[in-house]
Design a protein around this ligand. Structure first.
Ligand SMILES: N[C@@H](CCC(=O)N[C@@H](CS)C(=O)NCC(=O)O)C(=O)O
Length: 211
């Protein structure tokens, strides 16, 4: 499969990049200069009309949405066992977590980083003040789950959902109360960061924070 990832360091593309490395999928990288708004250029919008990263071009066909791409990659490389098979009883729980992170947690970060979008620039500070406790409530909920059902989201088996959760945790690193202040989340973050693929990811994206 001929694969190119359009990415920006540390952005939602990180999940896809990390999985490409973890799964040992040959791929090319295309840096999208988000500071220069390259994601809004006509060339990029032709690949991803949402004007955001990531986009993964697979055999000439552009695909987007980080969570969908994570599900796709985990499915296409079943030997790595990052997703339960469709007839595995854990499959329902896996999909639930992927969609839960995608619908309940990731959108709060969009609000945190782009408060003007839902509330208008004049209300950005008020929105952020309201948003932080909502993100913290999500960490509490997931930490409670891990305390009784961990150490990974699906129990003893790591899955793509843990990679996704780790990216979201990373995004909270400079917030008033980062995810790693919750003990189970901190332990999961440590375990995920110890993977060799995480080190490669950091080298390739030139990341240093939250190493
Ligand atoms: N739902 C999309 C959201 C992606 C997203 O919000 N990407 C951000 C970076 S984390 C982005 O490209 N921001 C630039 C912009 O919105 O112009 C996904 O998960 O792929």
């Amino acid at each position: 499969m001929d694969t190119t990832l359009y990415y920006a360091p540390g952005a939602a593309s990180l999940l896809v990049h990390w999985l490409l490395i973890e799964l040992d999928v040959p791929h090319a990288l295309h840096l999208v200069d988000t500071a220069a708004k390259a994601q809004k250029s006509p060339e990029y919008l032709a690949l991803n009309p949402n004007g955001v990263v990531p986009t993964l071009v697979i055999d000439g066909k552009p695909q987007y949405e980080a969570a969908a791409l994570a599900i796709l990659l985990a499915e296409r490389y079943p030997d790595a066992r990052l997703a339960p098979a469709f007839d595995d009883p854990q499959s329902a729980e896996y999909l639930q977590w992927m969609f839960n992170l995608c619908n309940m947690v990731q959108p709060l970060f969009r609000q945190w980083w782009y408060p003007g979008e839902p509330a208008g620039e004049a209300n950005a500070e008020a929105l952020r003040a309201h948003c932080a406790p909502r993100i913290e409530a999500e960490w509490q909920r997931i930490d409670d789950h891990l305390a009784t059902n961990g150490p990974y989201l699906l129990g003893n088996d790591i899955s793509a959902a843990d990679f996704y959760l780790t990216m979201l945790m990373r995004w909270s690193r400079n917030m008033p109360k980062p995810a790693t202040e919750w003990p189970q989340l901190a332990a999961l973050a440590q375990r995920m960061k110890a993977r060799p693929s995480f080190k490669s990811l950091y080298e390739r994206e030139g990341l240093t924070e939250w190493a």
